[in-house]
Design a binder for this molecule. Structure first.
Ligand SMILES: *Cc1c(COP(=O)(O)O)cnc(C)c1O
Length: 363
């Protein structure tokens, strides 16, 4: 079986043992005589699948009991609207920090629902850093503060959790969830599209503190109201059954094979270091970001020459290092090295980088 190293930002690689397990259960899940794709979400066999997924995510992230875990659809982008619809009612105001493209989209979407203030932005330096913020940077009467914890496109990550005092902190963690431990109790809401680090596209996970549920705006669609989904254990309507099943297998893989999130973080740090250490050791490739803001999941680099960048992405693809081309707003290359990317893939990339630099001296 030929498998490539897929550096796609999302949908992205899934752990091979997870794919193999899903394959082995594909036609006849647990003696049910059918695939998970075919079974009723109201069946007892499926109930065990969704209960396992929730229990394992709770264990993995040490999610406190006063938080609900919701398995939703619509992608992280739907949460850009769902967050204000559910949370802004308290004061009509919210503060946003823009550190990249997705946080900017969230900031713009929220403007439909209330008085939205830009508390800080890193756009002045093309989002190459994370602003240093304190409680004083936020309005005392904001209903919540929104940040994007890992900026998938620019390859930066918050290296601290901003102190927002009593104001609930909402974080888009689509591209870093379950890559390392986080203190869930510091957040009012954590949400993530699953297709970066958890499951196939189609599932969005929302972890929300109990007291933030039940005060949605009057016009909030039933399907976007966290209360609807919390009251119905994410089964008000048909949930993304297959994605939840795969997410459960991914959580099992981290718990049982990797040994939990501390171990996952160690492995991810080791992988990221292979790439960053090489980048720092030479001057052919440059990572544009401040060191303190470097993402462990999305590593960007440029040669400084658009033609060389294009040649790199093409030749890397031919060598089995797929989807390395950077996002058009940054240019150059981006290696997304989520949980499922093995260290061997990152080592192969660095070998290719060395070889490419030797073969293509800059003028
Ligand atoms: C990919 C991504 C999104 C968009 O997710 P969808 O599920 O496609 O809506 C939002 N935020 C971040 C940080 C992302 O990486």
């Amino acid at each position: 079986m030929e498998r490539v190293y897929n550096f796609s930002a999302g949908p992205s690689m899934l752990p091979l043992p997870v794919l193999e397990k899903a394959e082995s259960e594909l036609l006849n899940y647990g003696g049910s005589g059918m695939s998970v794709m075919e079974m009723s979400h109201r069946s007892t066999v499926y109930a065990a699948i969704i209960e396992n997924a929730e229990a394992k995510l709770r264990k993995l992230m040490a999610i406190p009991d006063n938080y609900k875990v919701l398995f939703l659809q619509g992608g992280a982008s739907t949460q850009f609207a769902a967050v204000p619809l559910n949370l802004i009612g308290r004061t009509g105001k919210a503060d946003y920090v823009v550190t990249g493209q997705f946080s900017k989209k969230a900031y713009k979407e929220a403007q439909k629902y209330g008085d939205i203030r830009l508390a800080a932005s890193s756009e002045d330096k093309n989002n190459t850093y994370i602003p240093r913020l304190t409680e004083d940077d936020f309005r005392k009467d904001a209903s919540y503060v929104h940040i994007c914890f890992n900026n998938t496109i620019f390859g930066t990550k918050w290296d601290y959790i901003p102190d927002t005092g009593d104001i609930p902190l909402v974080a888009d963690m689509s591209s870093c969830i379950i890559s390392e431990p986080v203190d869930v109790s510091r957040f009012g809401i954590i949400y993530a599209g699953a297709q970066k680090n958890m499951a196939p596209a189609g599932l969005t996970v929302v972890i929300v503190r109990d007291d933030l549920i039940g005060a949605s705006l009057p016009g909030c669609p039933t399907m976007l109201d966290y209360k609807t989904m919390a009251d119905n254990d994410s089964m008000y309507n048909t949930p993304p059954c297959w994605c939840i099943y795969i997410a459960g297998l991914v959580y099992d893989w981290i718990l049982d094979d990797i040994g939990g999130l501390e171990k996952m973080k160690e492995y991810n740090m080791k992988k990221a270091a292979v790439l960053y250490d090489y980048i720092d050791s030479q001057d052919y490739y440059i990572n544009p970001n401040e060191k303190s803001a470097r993402s462990m999941m999305n590593v960007t680099f440029v040669t400084g020459d658009a033609d060389l960048d294009a040649a790199f992405a093409k030749e890397a693809g031919n060598a089995g290092l797929k989807n390395i081309k950077g996002h058009r707003s940054v240019g150059g290359m981006r290696a997304s090295i989520y949980n499922a990317m093995p260290v061997e893939g990152v080592e192969a990339l660095v070998e290719f980088m060395k070889d490419f630099a030797k073969r293509n001296p800059k003028k």
